[in-house]
Write a protein that binds this ligand. Structure first.
Ligand SMILES: [Fe+2]
Length: 191
């Protein structure tokens, strides 16, 4: 099973009247905005909100990412592991950029079990297992496996990410739910 699947899904994640926040771009800074609850309605496209309500999905947050040209993120997992976080990302620009997934080569053991509070990895602490590039959104991504964005392009990478915490207990469940939208040739979700 892959950690990402392109979706044949709503093309426009943002409300047509929504404008990205004004900001002064510092060449190396990563910009990041989050919206929850009531403010969601001003940001998210009404079709996306309606769809999530119809399907009883807890779409409770949207994240806007703006990644500078020629930069890479640290390897990390999102959140604290509870509830598991899966996302739909729309990559709006710098579509030649990449997202990679990694297998941890280390375990931090606390009282006999893996400490889920350990959320970031150095390069030498993991190995790359999967990557995509050249995808314009939407794409379903597993944020529970160590991952990062690599923007090796000369463009700023604008990405919209929506989350539905608690709606799925496992990545398998999540992929199964989205199966009707996973129609791109070469995707074989359950193999
Ligand atoms: Fe992430």
């Amino acid at each position: 099973m892959k950690n990402y699947y392109q979706l044949n899904f709503l093309d426009k994640p943002l409300d047509e009247n929504y404008r990205w926040p004004d900001h002064e771009f510092s060449p190396r800074a990563w910009y990041y905005w989050q919206f929850y609850n009531e403010t969601l309605k001003e940001v998210i496209h009404p079709d996306l909100l309606a769809w999530s309500q119809q399907h009883d999905l807890n779409l409770n947050g949207v994240h806007l990412f703006c990644a500078p040209p020629r930069t890479r993120q640290g390897i990390h997992i999102d959140g604290n592991g509870e509830p598991p976080l899966f996302a739909i990302n729309w990559i709006l620009t710098a579509t030649q950029s990449s997202m990679t997934w990694h297998r941890s080569l280390i375990q931090k053991v606390t009282e006999g079990h893996i400490d889920h509070a350990y959320h970031s990895w150095q390069e030498h602490e993991c190995e790359e297992i999967e990557r995509f590039s050249n995808i314009s959104g939407p794409v379903l991504v597993n944020a529970q496996v160590p991952h990062r964005v690599i923007n090796d392009t000369d463009e700023w990478r604008y990405c919209v990410s929506v989350r539905f915490p608690g709606s799925f207990h496992t990545w398998e469940q999540c992929v199964e739910f989205f199966m009707p939208y996973i129609t791109v040739a070469g995707n074989t979700p359950l193999s």
